[in-house]
Design a protein around this ligand. Structure first.
Ligand code: AMP
Length: 396
């Protein structure tokens, strides 16, 4: 089957066309600056990137341009749109309603819409992308794959906040967790790669990207994760604060004369390692500054690694043990000095890092020594492939 995977943001859209039989990516790219001016990046497997600047007033024009590029006689990946058998859409928030991927019917779309106030920036954009695809590809089955679904197995003690219970009842305020597609993919792949029985395993997945989250996966099911009602909670991220004392919000609002939106903007966009370092949210820049002795970059890296190590300790307690720790996403896959810093805290678990193996980038690899009591590995995530597999499973 040919599956088009769509990940719609508020002003951008990423896509991949995948042959689900060979799991080969036939073409991929993105649309940027939708609603502003518009730029399409398209790359057919084996060819150079093509960049087209063109007006994209809405996601509909963006998707139309993607479809045109996919069937372009010169560099298209298929000869007609009828060769696209299904579309898999990433949907950020599925609330408590969606614990698994689902075929997108009108009834389901209404339910997704009901989750909009839980993710007001993301879900409406996802829905616009779905509607645009439905209009341009009538009759093609579409599947929604939710970022929150994998975490729906968390027990109540992990997802309830210490808040008045009525907020949970009335507004569904609770921990949901995000990056679920990645945590699911990586935990399964980790078990397969290490020859563990997934149904009898304790795996901690550290998804360390610009957005970062960590999860405890016991017997193949998520039992806890660090992001919460929104992706702001948990680890220190590129520009997000992660866990803070909630009273800081009032304190800063008064000092800086900010309203609640102003404070939220600071916590989401001006905090994290960028906020601490004043250098960058990107660990390539941070590592360079760290090596030059920039003290704030050093502080940012130390805070980042320490927070991850603390969460790993917490999740070992949550699962009463751990068989494997898997690092994934941009930083987890590529930044060996951060992995080393994190693992340096975990000697008490009997974890021993293999210095040479830790030099790895972007491939499945064990980075702990043979006698390490817990196996540590790097497992590259592939959310698009995970969405493609989910789509095929529901469409076939
Ligand atoms: P992601 O959100 O998973 O795409 O991860 C993006 C982040 O990963 C970037 O902001 C960098 O901090 C980090 N990253 C990506 N590639 C590299 C690399 N080659 N070396 C170091 N850090 C990287």
């Amino acid at each position: 089957m040919h599956v088009l995977v769509i990940n719609c943001g508020s002003s951008s859209l990423k896509y991949q066309l995948i042959n689900s039989d060979s799991e080969e990516v036939l073409a991929k790219g993105l649309c940027e600056r939708i609603g502003i001016d518009g730029r399409l990046v398209y790359q057919k497997e084996g060819l150079d990137k093509e960049i087209t600047e063109a007006a994209m007033p809405s996601h509909k024009e963006a998707i139309r341009m993607v479809l045109d590029a996919l069937v372009n006689p010169k560099s298209g990946a298929v000869s007609a749109l009828s060769e696209i058998d299904a579309v898999g859409h990433r949907v950020v928030h599925g609330g408590e309603r969606f614990a698994a991927s689902v075929l997108l019917t009108e009834e389901v779309l209404a339910q997704v819409e009901e989750c909009n106030d839980l993710a007001p920036l993301h879900n409406p954009a996802n829905l616009i992308g779905i509607r645009a695809c439905q209009e341009l590809m009538p009759g093609v089955p579409m599947v929604g794959v939710f970022d929150t679904a994998f975490h729906q197995t968390m027990p109540k003690k992990a997802y309830l906040y210490g808040l008045p219970y009525e907020y949970y009842e009335k507004y569904k305020v609770r921990r949901y967790g995000f990056h679920g597609t990645s945590h699911s993919f990586v935990s399964k792949r980790c078990a397969e790669f290490l020859n563990l029985d997934l149904k009898n395993s304790k795996i901690i997945v550290a998804h360390l990207g610009n957005g970062a989250s960590i999860s405890a996966v016991k017997d193949g099911e998520c039992v806890d994760t660090s992001m919460g009602l929104t992706p702001l909670e948990g680890l220190v991220m590129g520009t997000r604060s992660g866990d803070i004392d909630p009273a800081i919000m009032e304190f800063i609002a008064k000092k800086e004369h900010l309203d609640i939106e102003g404070v939220m903007n600071v916590l989401n966009k001006k905090s994290g390692v960028e906020g601490i370092s004043g250098v960058s949210s990107d660990f390539r820049d941070l590592e360079a500054a760290y090596n030059e002795g920039n003290q704030r970059a050093i502080d940012a890296c130390e805070v980042f690694a320490y927070r991850v190590a603390k969460y790993i300790g917490a999740y070992v307690a949550a699962m009463n043990g751990v068989d494997a720790v898997a690092f994934t996403a941009g930083i987890g896959e590529n930044t060996s000095f951060i992995r080393k810093k994190i693992l340096a805290y975990l000697g008490y678990l009997g974890i021993q890092m293999d210095e040479a193996a830790n030099a790895v980038r972007g491939e499945d690899k064990v980075i702990s020594t043979a006698d390490s009591k817990v196996t540590v590995c790097v497992i590259p995530t592939n959310e698009e492939l995970a969405i493609c597999r989910e789509t095929v499973a529901l469409v076939k």
